[in-house]
Design a protein around this ligand. Sequence first.
Ligand code: ATP
Ligand code: MG
Length: 448
Amino acid sequence: MADLAVEPAAPRVLARPDHPVSRGGMSPAVVKVMYRLQRAGYTAYLVGGAVRDLLLGGEPKDFDVATNARPQEIRRLFRNSRIIGRRFRLVHILFRGEVVEVATFRATPDAPEGPDDWEEAVAEAAENDAEPARGPAPPQVEHEVFGTPAEDAWRRDFTINGLFYDIADFSVIDYVGGLDDLEARLIRTIGDPERRFREDPVRMMRALEYGARLGFDLEPRTKAAIASCADDIVEASPARLSYELIEALRSGHAAPIVTAWTRAGLFERAFPGVGGNADATARALAELDRAVARGERPSDPALLGAFYLYPLYRELADLTAGGRRLDNVEMLNRIATMIEPAATNLRLANHTVHLLMQGLFTLTKMQRPAERGRQVLKLARQDYFPVAWTLYGVAGALGLAPADAHRAWSSAVERLHRNEDPVAAPADEGGERPRPRRRRRPRRRRRS
Ligand code: ATP
Ligand code: MG
């Protein structure tokens, strides 16, 4: 809980000419939502990560709004809205195909969070086909306690996340020293770090995540508190931990985030038995980060596969040592054993486990160029093929998959996408590709 005793009496306010945050950088939907709240007589602030990212000149991932309107009042103002979660009373407003999250200002939450509540919320969010309500919402056992804007700033996690943008006069309002810390590029916990981490251990992971994502340092007391509270991470609810992991993997900064968690001793405690050697994992994750930077959006099973690429190829080498033929059943068994801790500890859905396992197994079938187009077609039709294909790209880049096979499979899949026979070699590629045993096939299509 934040130390309200040291709360400054008045916030620092930057008028519009003195900061770079403009409505042009926001989604039109969020601007409309704030204006409608304001016209109805309420205070409406843009809050959290969006203000931080706009001040840094970046592009926010999503836009959160805080207001003094109560959830029921918000609902009355927006027809397309619904209250999310029974206890945390966030309102989601569907506005032109986009979801804007609006929360009522809250006082510092001091009730311990109940994991069941959180899981309930995640399930509910999934049911509504919305993003799980993560964000400003450590679940509360007691009734919601609404608060002032100052209290709402102080109950947030880090100073750079506690800034407000006021739609009424376009000013930026800073109750917590976030502007100075943005300038200094520091992640500083609001209030006493140890107390805040014991209250919600997931904040430790978030601190390191922001540090890695933004390239900021952790302020020394925050850093020290992570060292002394690392053990507490096991108290966090598994659903929240796995949510944090998936978000990190998707972020495009997975390698530095997971590395920071590992160095702080949080990864192994939070996700026991998940993945193998940390450096190897970081290399695989860095490749997926590059894919995200190119604009790709690898699926969750593909992202999780990064933890198992090196172990997979190690097992494969072991099982095929001395030119032995691969025993598929044994290979599948070993993959199953390998991913079991992730399946259990991350509470993965059965379908995710299936895609991860078969996706990995498929890589063992791509050690040699495909001999027949049918083989490529058959594999490409499987639901797990996209997972395998993403991971095969990573394996190729890391030199895990044999280069000749990788080249051949890449051109086969490319040809498949162009609706051509995957294995028929065009004349200009003739000598390039090692071509095993060619069979004459009656239905071979000609290039025109
Ligand atoms: P992102 O760019 O990842 O969306 P964000 O800062 O917006 O970053 P969210 O998880 O969307 O992060 O949360 C929104 C805001 O809610 C945060 O900026 C922070 O102010 C507050 N918040 C989120 N999680 C916590 C927490 N565990 N404890 C206190 N405050 C939190
Ligand atoms: Mg956010």
